[in-house]
Write a protein that binds this ligand. Structure first.
Ligand code: SF4
Length: 498
């Protein structure tokens, strides 16, 4: 998962990128970068760490120009090193590019580029995408036009299979041009907006636009490329379009609640998911005295669930605001260290009560086991857990670090799942998983409940195993092997350093 940003038509393009990237910092904390075009020069600054700390005024002073692209990175393939920070640059023709997502034929593309004597400097998926785009442009006469870029994108989309959004800055028809494009199913998000002074902004989430006071005009469509130039109307072209399948996990966990994706606020979706879980919980005849969210993501769903069940909603944990998100941290040891810092319970909210905890999802489940122990130690008489999404049973091959099959905690309690679990099967796995977690009950939202609530097209492959962009068994093995290797490298780095 990463965050992308672009702006054109602003006298303070780099500074705007600096501000906006902080509004999508939750999408990646590993590295960040800003790149501009200034009278046919293509400067960039890429740094490790958080935007606010990594960039100083002198960095922004190195980035003149009225067009900028920016990026915050969380690696799903590759390592957390500066060489892998984005945006990336290709000299011929000059193109800055940043991306969010995952290629599912990365190795095949690397082979194809090597046949053309193009070799990579990084381990990130953005580079083969950029190189393919640049190669496709090089085949066309100099002085590239918007039509050339469309043809080059179409060629790139044909070769580069996967789920990704890109933002690129280049010169087309002699003008600085910002391009934002989404994969054929629109799995990864991208939104755009404009200002009355002729400036345009694009980003992974509307929070980046809000940070600049720019009005959001909508989502970039699946397979659509938008070409944006200062003071000119946007030009939209469909590069390659399949059935839309936006990532439902953005709504459940990743995106900020104040973002609007696919025309709705994430906050409203989380309220609705909480209500849907309440209905399923009620049908099971379960009882509790109080609803407590495991902060922060689950708060809106827990509030709506409590309202629907007529139960009191309480804050039982105080979150240390200076610790990071455990899920997005690099490895297991780091995640557990972070958790110890992260949550502190308020005993009076648990003692003598049947507690219904609410969380967004269970991926690896290790931090959860400790949270449940913590609740028991506060004197709760019963501990129940409601999850406002279905069990995560399948890895994501589309850019979210959920990861390898064996890491998914719920997998241990089902036999080889191929589609959504039947109700009976789900209840049985919940009982077995609850025993392992030492819970009185565990209730997931069903896939049917999720679909009734969302009511639109979606990718929910991590829940139901139905991948909208097909991933062959061989490619699944390759991607998971790469991830295991990346995981081992990170652990080796920690052992060496620590
Ligand atoms: Fe999102 Fe899950 Fe689909 Fe991955 S598999 S894109 S996390 S819904």
């Amino acid at each position: 998962m990463c965050g992308i940003f672009g702006i054109v038509g602003s006298s303070e393009a780099a500074r705007s990128a600096f501000l906006a990237l902080q509004a999508i910092q939750h999408r990646g904390q590993d590295s960040c970068g800003i790149a501009t075009i200034d009278r046919e020069r293509f400067p960039f600054v890429r740094r490790l760490g958080l935007v606010a700390q990594a960039f100083a005024p002198e960095h922004l002073n190195q980035l003149p120009g009225r067009i900028a692209v920016g990026h915050v990175r969380y690696p799903t393939i590759g390592r957390g090193v500066l060489a892998d920070a984005q945006p990336l640059f290709f000299r011929q023709p000059g193109v800055h590019l940043a991306h969010n997502g995952n290629l599912i034929n990365y190795n095949e593309l690397v082979g194809h580029l090597a046949e053309h004597s193009v070799h990579l400097l990084t381990h990130c998926d953005a580079e083969p995408l950029l190189c393919e785009l640049a190669l496709a442009l090089q085949e066309r006469p100099r002085g590239h036009t918007l039509d050339d870029a469309c043809a080059a994108l179409a060629r790139t989309w044909e070769r580069a299979d996967g789920a990704y959004s890109i933002v690129a800055a280049l010169i087309l028809d002699g003008k600085d041009t910002l391009v934002v494009a989404r994969d054929r199913c629109g799995v990864r998000p991208a939104v755009w907006g404009g200002r009355s002074d002729g400036a345009y902004v694009v980003a992974s989430e509307t929070t980046a636009l809000d940070a600049l006071g720019v009005e959001a005009r909508g989502d970039v469509g699946p397979g659509e490329a938008l070409f944006l130039r200062e003071g000119e109307p946007p030009v939209s072209r469909v590069i390659r379009r399949d059935r839309p399948a936006p990532c439902i996990f953005e709504q459940i966990y990743f995106a900020r609640p104040d973002s609007r994706i696919e025309g709705r606020t994430v906050y409203a979706t989380r309220l609705a998911l909480g209500r849907a879980l309440a209905r399923e919980w009620r049908q099971l005849g379960r009882r509790a005295d109080v609803v407590i969210p495991i902060p922060d993501t689950s708060r809106p769903a827990a509030m709506a669930l409590a309202e629907e069940l007529g139960l009191p909603y309480r804050e039982g944990f105080i979150k240390n605001r200076y610790s990071g998100r455990t899920f997005i941290m690099g490895d297991q040891a780091q995640r557990e260290d972070e958790l110890r810092l992260k949550l502190n319970p308020i005993r009076s909210e648990f003692e003598g009560r049947r507690v219904l905890l609410v969380d967004d999802s269970i991926v690896r489940g290790t931090t959860l086991a400790r949270t449940i122990q913590l609740v028991r130690s506060q004197g709760a008489t019963e501990v129940h857990l409601g999850i406002y999404s279905p069990p995560v049973l399948h890895p994501c091959y589309y850019g979210i670090d959920m990861s390898t099959t064996e890491e998914l905690a719920a997998r241990a309690f089902v036999l080889e799942p191929s589609g959504p679990l039947s109700e009976e099967h789900q209840r049985e796995m919940e009982r077995n998983f609850a025993r392992r977690l030492e819970l009185d009950s565990l209730t997931y939202l069903s896939v049917a409940g999720l679909d009734r609530t969302w009511g639109g097209p979606r990718c929910a492959a991590c829940f139901d195993g139905r991948y909208p962009i097909p991933v062959s068994a061989e490619r699944r093995r390759e991607i998971e092997a790469d991830r295991r290797l990346g995981h081992e490298r990170r652990q080796a780095t920690f052992r060496f350093v620590g």
